[in-house]
Design a protein around this ligand. Sequence first.
Ligand code: NI
Length: 192
Amino acid sequence: MIYPIAVYGHPVLRKIAKEIKPGHEGLNEIIENMWETMYESDGIGLAAPQVNKSIRLIVIDASPLEDDFPELKDFKKVFINPQIINYNEEYDIIAEGCLSLPTISEEVKRPTQITINYMDVHFNPITETYHGFAARVLQHEHDHLEGILFVDHISPLKKRLLKGKLTKISKGDVDVEYKITVPPTLNRGKRR
Ligand code: NI
């Protein structure tokens, strides 16, 4: 089942997502639906809050970008209850996009390496270190679990320049190829 994607302005994107306990009802189905939703919308990562589920779950398949970023080779994974435990002190600046912010792309500065604790689908605890674009995708998706969007990392001036676009997105007034869900109070806005 393909879920609609919550877009900018939707309150679920600003909530701190809840920890998932083993035996969480319907978890495997949610994960399957998230894969389907992510592929349908041509995303490389999806966090559960983006499909209106405020739980600490991320799916990533960034392998389509491996030609440009060799560190993404075979980077397809489910992350349950991820926790970033270490960041390095080097940064890079790369443009990001987000399914919840269609039509927007801005450069974001992030550490180039992270170490992360998480659980796999069998709730085995895992610790791994990622670098380059893999570290970036993980930080972006992990932000979603904390109620943070990539536009929160850009300068106030740049954000001000985006204000009109962001308002349009929050009203569903944006041209996207996938199903979206707008903030509940704005449901009267135009959408396709
Ligand atoms: Ni995103």
